[in-house]
Design a binder for this molecule. Structure first.
Ligand SMILES: O=P(O)(O)OC[C@H](O)CO
Length: 414
């Protein structure tokens, strides 16, 4: 059988579920063997892919988080667009089966799919209902706004909670999605979609207010910072944290490990902010096919991507992980099975993503050197959490340092 190398960044429960899909595909036919390899976290997997390409040892398929999208799009000669792989394979490929709000992010202006939106997510609020009860709060209480979350966090702290609130992916959730959800720009030029001459603008009063609030909570022991990526999931699943903002795909681990009653709620917003709540934006990753493989391998890749897009596989992946269903059929199948009724909150992500038509501020973010920009944001936010910087100074500094990285990308890709 022809070997198809698939490099990814899924670990923990998500890694197990990905391997399950690969095993099923391998068992379903005998022409191809997909070999899935974890290459570390999203940044590490992206860097491993780039380094391997330079050395001529790239895998057939590379999973790249949404942050690496502009980098991959600019990497002409390294990427073989999915629409081309599918067309050459002779297999059926109907781009209209994919949800527009998901696939749109990975589709060029001519409507051609560049990468397969394999695991798309959006941020939501996880609630440990037992922890709310223990603090004398109604576990069904309204947590739709940051004011209301603030009330809950105060009561949790007062009753002795060691971790009232935590967040995963601070840049993605508290700044990127936060901006989209409040219909304010994160960057100019339609968040980078309209041109490489984009500039960061996430230091407006509303974003400063959010970071100020979290900084105050950190000082008061109400917000416990766990790390830049999904580290917050560990104390939340262990029952130590009462509230957590995290990717909808945090569901996979919470479902498996939580021994408490939990709920999934929409991401909170500021009720006094005009235009909120808008829609949240896409996160997670997509699958990129790399250049330099044999025709037989590309045929295998096409066959695997088709397999991943079938309604049964997609519906199960969506239900097990919390990632969005990428096709309409998988969504309809999940609805018809009664899954959303039996597992309340599992449809929050899709409603939040698709409930409103996106605006130029909310359709997504497309920036070059975005992974490096995120590192800058992470460093600056950490300065606020540890009390060494004000929210305004940190965001101003992140904007100017980030803009330098954007200019470098613009110059290199003119
Ligand atoms: O945890 P994921 O896979 O939903 O990804 C979260 C963020 O989008 C990563 O940039």
């Amino acid at each position: 059988a022809t070997q198809i190398d698939f490099w990814h960044a899924m670990s923990g429960r998500l890694g197990e579920l990905l391997q399950e899909q690969v095993d099923k595909f391998n068992a379903s036919q005998s022409d191809y063997t997909v070999v899935a390899t974890n290459k570390g976290n999203y940044s590490e997997a992206l860097n491993a892919g780039i380094a391997a390409f330079r050395a001529g040892e790239q895998p057939d398929i590379l999973q790249v988080f949404e942050v690496g999208t502009a980098t991959m799009m600019a990497a002409k000669g390294a990427v073989k667009p999915v629409y081309e792989v599918m067309a050459e394979s002779g297999l059926t490929f109907d781009p209209s089966i994919y949800l527009a709000s998901v696939a749109g992010y990975y589709t060029n202006t001519d409507g051609e799919m560049l990468s397969l939106p394999y695991n798309s997510s959006t941020p939501v609020l996880y609630v440990n209902k037992d922890a709310l009860k223990a603090a004398g709060l109604d576990p069904e209480m309204d947590l739709s706004t940051w004011d209301k979350v603030g009330t809950a966090v105060d009561a949790l702290k007062a009753s002795g909670s060691k971790c009232p609130f935590t967040t995963a992916w601070q840049s993605w959730i508290q700044l990127e999605s936060f901006s989209a959800y409040h219909n304010v720009p994160f960057a100019t030029e339609e968040n980078g979609f309209a041109g490489l001459n984009t500039e960061l603008v996430f230091n407006s009063p509303l974003q400063v207010k959010q970071v100020e609030m979290l900084g105050q909570w950190a000082k008061d022991g109400k917000f416990i910072y766990a790390g830049r990526r999904n580290e917050a999931g560990t104390p939340f699943r262990a029952g130590e944290c009462a509230l957590m903002t995290e990717s909808s795909a945090g569901y996979a681990g919470v479902k498996k490990e939580a021994t408490f009653d939990f709920a999934i709620r929409p991401l909170p917003y500021w009720s006094d902010a005009e235009g909120a709540p808008q829609n949240t934006i896409i996160g997670g990753a997509s699958l990129w096919v790399l250049e330099g493989q044999t025709p037989e391998e590309y045929k295998g890749v096409a066959s695997f991507l088709n397999f991943l897009s079938t309604a049964d596989i997609q519906a199960k992946w969506h239900q097990d992980t919390g990632y969005l269903p990428i096709t309409t059929a998988a969504y309809e199948q999940t609805k018809a099975s009664g899954f959303y009724d039996q597992n309340p909150g599992t449809d929050v992500a899709i409603i939040q993503m698709t409930g409103k038509a996106p605006t130029p501020n909310s359709k997504g973010i497309r920036l070059g050197n975005f992974d490096q920009v995120r590192t800058v944001i992470d460093e600056e936010l950490e300065g606020v959490w540890n009390g060494s910087k004000s929210a305004k100074d940190a965001l101003d500094s992140a904007v100017s340092r980030g803009n330098e990285l954007l200019r470098r990308f613009e110059q290199a890709n003119r």
